[in-house]
Design a protein around this ligand. Structure first.
Ligand code: ARG
Length: 557
């Protein structure tokens, strides 16, 4: 629901300057953070107006007359600030904060994330991509955009010739592979590479095998797809464990010679392709040559990405497409955008590479972890140990589903609390801390609020009576709840989950302070039900925030 108060203020401003058609002014109105004072101030940054009405019009805003809602207004520090009637504010927050409706035009968003390579370890870069991409999909969905989530599996390139050689040499049948696809295929890959170190013919054999695939030998491709299918099924189980979903699985192998040929033709027509002496086809970017086609005519990671982008634009007509891929691929994505632009596609600026830094030092404590499931298993084990030690544990430890969710919450929160582009160190003890700013804090606070409703004996009020929420702790909490909407917008715009994570940490702290003062058991029933309404609203905001981060809120732990 939209905040009626913000809509009202937006309208007042627009009527005053006689510009009824500026839209969505309510979304830039912010709650002032003066937690000490008992006043409620909402402010509108003037930059948001100046571009549209001209700065000379700004003083006119002082003509807005105070009324039942606006007690006072002033212009200072580049903002117009409204002091608002406290009771109206409280009722408005309770009504609208948890599911803010921003009345924005909904946009078509494509977000591509995770995108591991078949038969190669799902490394930490893929884990970060999965976590960050999932968050980007979720926040856009929550703000009512149309979201399509794509997982683009790397299943193409000369390395797949190696895997074929490995599979043949180790004589694995497709049945063997089905049982344990990710580890077996990786084994084949490693095996073939070892062979190649001793025997130069192996490289040739791998090239031939890949060329057979690339040139579309139907039988080979069919077998290949079957093997990839097993990998996908296994990946899906891990994604389920993480609470991550996709609308589509795409494959690099979807973009074969034919699709690339279309790209080549466009570039040729525009006279952009340069044939190098060694036979490569390249195009210029600044002073560098970027290769589009290898000398033997086979395709490259880049050419497949060009074809994929064209295909997706045709299919989705997106307003934005996000590629959630590590910093290290910066040059690749600059080249991709450059080529698409040169091809004359006006939509090249709708492509965004959402870059992120590296995680250092994450290996299982027993050795180097390569497989994500091993890392998640280890998290679960460590969580179980902590639950056994904690006096607060209320669930049977044998329910390791809960331990799993707690461990995963910690991994996700630890990742999303960092600025995206920063490299960071993975420290098991810090990540899984029971006290402090970790995923446990969100889960613990959420569980506390769930049990509050069950055990307090009160029923939450249906209608808010602001007079009953008069304590400073209540007002501080309410002001913080009111900021949920602006936090979501900032987090979405900057593609920084840490803005939301920090907000939620503060929310947990405010909730915990309020829980100490605003007793429910033993309070007058009317007051108790108002307090419960406040705590349930807080729980709703926390739950929505957690869902956006990709956490699965627990009711008991
Ligand atoms: N599979 C690639 C890798 O692991 C990442 C793919 C990223 N997405 C893309 N459209 N290029 O390095």
């Amino acid at each position: 629901m939209s905040s009626k108060l913000k809509l009202y203020l937006g309208r007042k401003v627009l009527d005053c300057v006689n510009k009824p058609n500026i839209s969505n002014l309510q979304n830039v109105i912010q709650v002032e953070n003066n937690t000490k004072s008992g006043n409620v101030n909402l402010k509108l940054p003037l930059v948001c107006l100046e571009a549209q009405i001209g700065s000379s019009e700004i003083p006119k805003l002082l003509k807005i007359q105070p009324d039942d809602i606006i007690k006072q207004l002033k212009i200072e520090n580049k903002c117009i600030t409204f002091e608002i009637d406290k009771k109206l504010f409280i009722a408005d927050v309770i009504e609208s904060c948890a599911n803010p409706d921003l009345n924005l035009d909904n946009e078509k968003i494509v977000v591509e994330y995770s995108s591991p390579n078949v038969a190669k370890p799902f490394h930490l870069g893929h884990l970060r991509s999965t976590i960050i991409g999932n968050y980007i999909g979720n926040i856009n969905k929550f703000l009512r955009n149309d979201v399509t989530r794509i997982n683009y599996l790397g299943d193409w390139g000369t390395q797949f010739g190696f895997i074929k050689v490995g599979v043949e040499d180790l004589k694995y049948t497709s049945e063997n592979i089905k049982e344990n696809p990710i580890k077996l295929l990786y084994k084949c890959y490693v095996h073939a590479n070892k062979l190649a170190e001793k025997d130069p013919n192996i490289l040739e054999r791998a090239k031939v095998e890949f060329a057979k695939l690339e040139n579309g030998s139907i039988e080979d491709i069919k077998n290949w797809r079957v093997i990839i299918g097993y990998t996908k099924d296994e990946l899906k189980k891990t994604y389920e464990r993480l609470g991550v979903q996709f609308d589509e699985y795409n494959y690099e192998s979807m973009y074969g010679s034919k699709d690339i040929q279309d790209v080549i033709d466009i570039l040729k027509n525009k006279k952009l392709l340069i044939k190098q002496k060694d036979g490569k086809e390249t195009i210029k970017m600044n002073d560098k040559n970027i290769t589009i086609l290898k000398s033997d005519g086979s395709t490259l990671y880049l050419s497949r990405d060009i074809a994929a982008a064209m295909h997706r634009y045709k299919k989705y007509n997106f307003d934005k497409m996000f590629y959630v891929v590590e910093n290290g691929q910066h040059d690749h994505f600059s080249a991709l955008k450059h080529v698409i632009k040169e091809m004359g596609c006006k939509w090249s600026d709708k492509l965004t590479h959402v870059k992120f830094g590296r995680i250092r030092g994450l290996s299982t404590r027993k050795g180097t972890a390569v497989f994500l499931n091993d890392i998640l298993d280890e998290c679960r084990e460590l969580m179980i140990q902590k639950q056994v030690l904690s006096p607060n544990t209320k669930v049977p430890i044998s329910d390791d589903r809960i331990s799993d969710i707690l461990g995963i919450s910690c991994v996700i929160v630890n990742d999303l609390k960092q600025r995206r582009q920063k490299d960071y160190e993975f420290d098991w003890d810090r990540v899984l801390q029971v006290q402090g700013d970790t995923g446990v804090k969100f889960q613990y606070t959420h569980c506390r609020l769930c049990s509050l409703e069950q055990n307090s004996g009160a029923t939450p009020a249906k209608v808010c009576v602001p007079e009953a929420l008069d304590e400073p702790e209540a007002l501080i909490l309410l002001k913080h709840l009111a900021k949920f909407q602006e936090v979501l917008l900032a987090s979405q715009e900057q593609l920084e989950a840490c803005i939301l994570v920090n907000y939620l940490f503060h929310l947990c702290n405010h909730i915990s302070k309020a829980l100490k003062v605003l007793q429910i058991k033993g309070a007058n029933p009317d007051i108790a039900s108002q307090r419960l309404l406040l705590f349930n609203t807080s729980r709703e905001v926390l739950k929505n925030g957690m869902n956006i981060l990709g956490l699965q809120p627990l009711n008991q732990m």
